[in-house]
Write a protein that binds this ligand. Sequence first.
Ligand SMILES: Nc1ncnc2c1ncn2[C@@H]1O[C@H](COP(=O)(O)OP(=O)(O)OP(=O)(O)O)[C@@H](O)[C@H]1O
Ligand SMILES: [Mg+2]
Length: 247
Amino acid sequence: MSHSLHIQNLVAGVGEKKILQGIDLKINTNEIHVVMGPNGAGKSTLSNCIIGNPKYQILGGDIFFDDQNINNLKVDERARLGLFLSFQQPMSIKGVKNSDFVRQAMQACEKKCSLMNFFSQYENACEDLSIPKNFAERYLNVGFSGGEMKKNEILQMKMLKPKFAILDEIDSGLDVDACKIIGKNISEMVNENFGCLIITHQAKILEHIKINFVHVLIDGKIVKTGDINLVKKIEEQGFEWIKNEVL
Ligand SMILES: Nc1ncnc2c1ncn2[C@@H]1O[C@H](COP(=O)(O)OP(=O)(O)OP(=O)(O)O)[C@@H](O)[C@H]1O
Ligand SMILES: [Mg+2]
């Protein structure tokens, strides 16, 4: 069964600052959407609003998961529905093992799995991502390189199998090979039960992923939507021409 994540006229901010100025976006499963935009445009704010980070206030508009309005749902409730956010800057937590963290998250999302099955899935995911198996025993992101942290985010996504993943700059700091591996792993997830929003500044990762739509977010608004050709033009010419066109 296919699903949809529908954002309608979303206005949101932090404290006194209004950041999102009316975002409309509909993502269906089986689709990959890309959001690009200048630094400070509001991309991470949009991610945080979708997942329900309480630091961000929704001032207007709605977010629907299928027919359910999720504006007032807490982060864990949204995660149980099948939403997942990979952080632009993942957190490190000393004392919490990577594997325990993922297992707890799966249990909290009511994804039942025997210990043996869990470790077999975990090892397969490590292999798919070229992550050493001893990462399971290491503390969450403690001492991880930037690229390793990003791979660890994708490992969590593969284990949790969300219906919608929002990947906030999953490609920043990745070497060429890691970029290819992560791109391939994202691509393989896409089906009737999985859709994805990729926030990025670079076209590199998109060489490995078949994308459906590209949206440009400037000053808290989606001002243009297109396909992969839009990414190429942005890489060559930046955002100024879009600002001149629409603002
Ligand atoms: N707690 C806060 N207080 C004040 N301003 C904030 C706060 N959080 C975010 N902002 C501002 O909101 C704007 C949007 O930030 P956001 O992190 O969403 O941008 P972004 O598009 O993800 O940028 P980048 O490409 O650099 O990651 C920025 O100008 C930022 O400084
Ligand atoms: Mg950001």
